[in-house]
Design a protein around this ligand. Structure first.
Ligand SMILES: N[C@@H](CCC(=O)N[C@@H](CS)C(=O)NCC(=O)O)C(=O)O
Length: 234
């Protein structure tokens, strides 16, 4: 069976996995999960007890979560160079370094801002915003240093690390912590990615617009339909 990615909208971190699936050239399907309504529902929690997106249902029926595990699973399924360097290569350390930084520093820097937005106590909101803004500024500065003078995060072309970067960096559009002009190298990386057909596809999918796949997207699956073939706990 075709693997299924359960992706979250609006603007979920699962965006990176949609791009990776497009680049993989392997057949796949998508299941759209509205946040916060459907992501917290009992029907979705059968796939993801944490009530988070993304979740992946593999071609053998295994169900697992966590963006980095999903990106690595997709990367192993394809020999497209955009999957990034393989484990036996020197650049693999650089790939894991980039993905880890994006997850533990950039993603988590936005967490206090999302908490403030999603309904913290009134007295906590200003504190969360102040912490989030400080952490986002620091993470962008660090990421610019990590990128250095390179065109892409890893190696000579786009990889799953850049796809995941694209998923997270756009959260600044919503929270407006930084002026993108303050980090011209990161802004240039984002602009390069926005010219990628797979990125344009993922954006169109998220917005519910007509989306042209340059990979092997085989259509959306409803949540109820997705459980067929999945190894789920009773
Ligand atoms: N550690 C998880 C984090 C997943 C996560 O926090 N997902 C967010 C979207 S980016 C989510 O589903 N939030 C639930 C909600 O907003 O209700 C991963 O890397 O996949």
């Amino acid at each position: 069976m075709d693997p299924i990615l359960f992706y979250g909208v609006p603007a979920g971190c699962s965006f990176g996995a949609i791009v990776a699936l497009e680049w993989s050239g392997r057949p796949y399907r998508l299941c759209r999960i509205e946040m916060p309504a459907v992501v917290a529902s009992p029907a979705y929690r059968r796939f993801n007890p944490l009530g988070e997106t993304p979740t992946f249902l593999s071609d053998t029926g295994e169900v697992f979560s966590q963006s980095l595990a999903i990106l690595q699973h997709i990367a192993r399924s394809s020999s497209d160079p955009r999957m990034g360097p393989g484990p036996a290569t020197p650049d693999f350390d650089r790939l894991i370094e980039s993905l880890s930084f994006l997850h533990t520093s950039l993603f988590s820097a936005f967490s206090p801002l999302w908490q403030a937005f999603e309904g913290a106590e009134e007295g906590e909101k200003e504190v969360l915003r102040a912490i989030g803004r400080r952490r986002v500024r620091k993470a962008f500065d660090q990421l610019a240093r990590l990128l250095g003078g390179r065109t892409w995060l890893v190696g000579d072309g786009p990889t799953v690390a850049d796809a995941y970067f694209m998923a997270i960096v756009r959260w600044n559009d919503f929270h407006k912590v930084l002026d993108p002009a303050d980090h011209p190298t990161l802004e240039a990386l984002r602009a390069r990615l926005e010219r990628e057909p797979a990125v344009q596809f993922a954006l169109a999918v998220e917005h519910g617009q007509e989306a042209r796949s340059s990979g092997q997207f085989r259509g959306h699956v409803a949540l109820a339909e997705a459980s067929r073939g999945a190894r789920l706990a009773a």
